[in-house]
Write a protein that binds this ligand. Structure first.
Ligand code: 4NP
Length: 157
């Protein structure tokens, strides 16, 4: 079956624990950078845990507007997305343990596209942790797009 031309080839899901701190920021930053680079990417985020389902992003992100309500990962995400980007190793282990047999998404630590570092959880810390998450998401978004956009273009040739 031919896919619609308007459907992005790259569909990325950013995953943390609660989907209120790291992954909504990752979603917002990756969307913004993809738009600025002129790359069509579908981006969403979710949490491995369900503690905060339905909640808005943490209010300590007081200088950025993020359009996201927390949701928990589901097994269908492993076929709906092409790339699942885990914020840290615990999230990655959780994702690997629930990955269904028919999974088509590539599941990786987001940092594996750059420096192999996790995104530290800012929830129990101060404001500077949130600023660091923002800066790290910028670097990781560029690194992710550098790798996957090149590959997607090579497949088209
Ligand atoms: P996130 O941060 O995984 O980046 O959304 C957290 C949010 C909530 C909790 C832990 C981390 N919590 O323990 O409720």
């Amino acid at each position: 079956m031919l896919s619609s031309e308007s459907e992005p080839q790259i569909k990325a899901l950013v995953v943390c624990l609660g989907n209120i701190c790291r992954s909504p920021m990752g979603e917002a930053v990756l969307k913004d950078i993809a738009t600025k680079r002129g790359v069509q990417v579908h981006v969403d985020s979710c949490g491995t845990a369900g503690y905060h389902v339905g909640e808005e992003p943490d209010e300590r992100y007081n200088n950025v507007s993020i359009d996201s309500l927390a949701r928990q990962i589901s097994t269908s995400d492993f076929v709906r997305f092409t790339h699942i980007l885990a914020a840290d190793e615990n999230n990655l282990r959780h994702l690997e343990s629930m990955k269904p047999h028919n999974a088509t998404a590539e599941v990786r630590l987001w940092g594996s596209y750059h420096d192999n570092k996790a995104i530290p959880d800012p929830y129990y810390g101060g404001m500077n942790g949130f600023e660091k998450v923002f800066q790290q998401c910028i670097r990781l978004s560029h690194a992710f797009l550098d790798e996957v956009v090149g590959k997607a273009e090579a497949k088209e040739v």
